[in-house]
Design a protein around this ligand. Structure first.
Ligand code: SF4
Ligand code: SF4
Length: 466
């Protein structure tokens, strides 16, 4: 039996702080009774080390927002308020809560306790308008979550055959295509970010530990990275292939930017790459309005893996035709449906990235039709980056980034993906699915707010005619 996939997480704090949501303030009417030290299981309240007769300032960093100390203080001396630094971070998509969640996941390798529960709306934009089916939640399939049954999260990248052809019995004539199998349905994509070589190295080493790969621009694949080359996907344009054959020869996967030339003539790209070894080519396509047509043509012309890339908030990319304002969830559903209509869906691998901010987004993107996802910004948040949404993505890396030891940076990324892996197992276990490949395109396992809204209120408000 093959070794079960397991992520080794361990608590890995950094020497500098991040965002904190609440500030707890102890008022002057505190009588130092010490009751709050007993009720807070996270030890946010302690007596002063210098003078145990009085209370020390509350330790806001460990507070999990349960409100118990505030409710139980006999003098009503405790008060909680939001940090303005917290509320001013992020934006509508990368909310401050998302940033803090990712940071804590990277620190502890476990899903953070939120204490007061979820009090927000139950629908929203993008992936937030989608709910997953948890109908199997009380059934024995949950055994998988606790390790009694194995749930596989492995995915395959490459072209698959629609059928096998035999000349005679036991005489296979079909040529089997190259496939690369990864143990998790995520690939790291840092090709859009200008990172120091040490940070890239930490991310690559985490990818090796997790049995996945990292997309890096080919001109950033320096000599020192050659030892990691099997887990690096060099990204390049079609024109750059000839100048980088020595790097390509050593890899398992290569990412080539989409251009109109290669849509109709993908066979010449494939021929060029296949001469260099058993290498799978990923074509990177921006999620423009016409992306479904582009993907269909590429698939029909033999593309192996097609990577559909949305912007950092999961919206379609604006080109000369503008943007129709769709989110990646809807774009991938259309791409998947188009390939199904063309009876070619099972032959090609679809990867998507842009706006994958949480573990649930991985599962939801797959339910919409992706085989796997690429992640970018969460890796940087794990290392202390903050994002401020505006017209442009403004990512602020911490000043102390260079001082983070390589092993610490690597472990924090392993922790982040370990947490996501646990959450994906939870989703799959609750659905009764034991192989993540079966999640792809299973829209019957999901509910979409837009569809329910139309079904429920469409007749009343005449929306069915739209
Ligand atoms: S429970 Fe209230 S009064 Fe007692 S020590 Fe804590 S803050 Fe002060
Ligand atoms: S709100 Fe809860 S977690 Fe936070 S300090 Fe009070 S008791 Fe502790």
């Amino acid at each position: 039996m093959p070794k079960k996939y397991h992520v080794n997480v361990q608590n890995t704090p950094l020497d500098f702080g991040y965002l904190y949501k609440f500030r707890i303030i102890r008022g002057e009417n505190c009588i130092n009774c010490g009751k709050c030290t007993k009720v807070c299981i996270y030890e946010a309240h302690q007596r002063s080390e210098k003078d145990p007769r009085i209370m020390a300032d509350p330790n806001t960093e460990v507070c999990r927002n349960c409100f118990r100390c505030i409710q139980e203080c006999p003098r009503g001396a405790l008060e909680k308020s939001l940090f303005s630094e917290f509320t001013n971070s992020g934006g509508e998509y990368w909310t401050p809560d998302v940033l803090l969640t990712l940071w804590k996941q990277a620190e502890t390798g476990s899903v953070p306790v939120s204490g007061a529960g979820y009090r927000g709306p139950f629908t929203g934009k993008g992936f937030d308008s989608m709910w997953t089916d948890m109908s199997e939640i009380v059934r024995p399939t949950r055994d998988g979550i606790h390790g009694r049954e194995y749930i596989s999260t492995s995915v395959d990248l490459g072209r698959k055959l629609s059928h096998l052809a035999f000349k005679s019995e036991n005489n296979l004539v079909s040529k089997l295509e190259n496939l690369v199998t990864l143990s998790v349905p995520v690939v790291f994509d840092i090709s859009e970010y200008n990172l120091a070589a040490e940070v890239k190295e930490a991310i690559v080493k985490a990818a090796i530990e997790l049995d996945t790969c990292v997309i890096i621009p080919v001109d950033e694949v320096i000599k020192d990275f050659e030892k990691y080359i099997k887990n690096i996907i060099p990204r390049m344009s079609f024109a750059e292939i000839d100048n980088n054959v020595e790097i390509i020869k050593q890899t398992r996967l290569v990412s080539v930017d989409y251009s109109e030339d290669i849509t109709g003539d993908f066979s010449s790209v494939k021929e060029k790459i296949s001469k260099l070894g058993d290498i799978v080519t990923i074509v990177r396509v921006p999620a423009v309005n016409t992306v479904s047509d582009i993907v269909s043509k590429l698939a029909a012309n033999g593309a192996e893996v097609i990577h559909v890339v949305a912007d950092y908030r999961g919206s379609g990319i604006c080109d000369s035709t503008g943007s129709d304002g769709r989110y990646i969830k809807d774009i991938i559903r259309d791409v998947h449906a188009e390939l199904l209509n063309n009876k070619i869906r099972d032959e090609v691998t679809i990867m998507t990235s842009g706006g994958i901010a949480l573990a649930e987004h991985v599962a939801k993107a797959m339910l919409c039709g992706a085989d796997l996802t690429g992640i970018d910004i969460p890796l940087l948040i794990a290392l202390g980056a903050r994002i401020y949404e505006g017209s442009e993505n403004s990512l602020v890396m911490p000043q102390e980034l260079d001082k983070i030891p390589l092993s610490t940076a690597m472990q924090r990324i392993v922790n982040l993906i370990g947490t996501w892996h646990s959450q994906i197992l939870e989703v799959m276990g609750a659905m009764g699915i034991r192989d993540i490949r079966r999640l792809r395109g299973e829209t019957g396992r999901a509910m979409f707010f837009e569809e329910i809204d139309k079904e429920t209120f469409g007749k009343i408000f005449n929306r069915n005619k739209q």
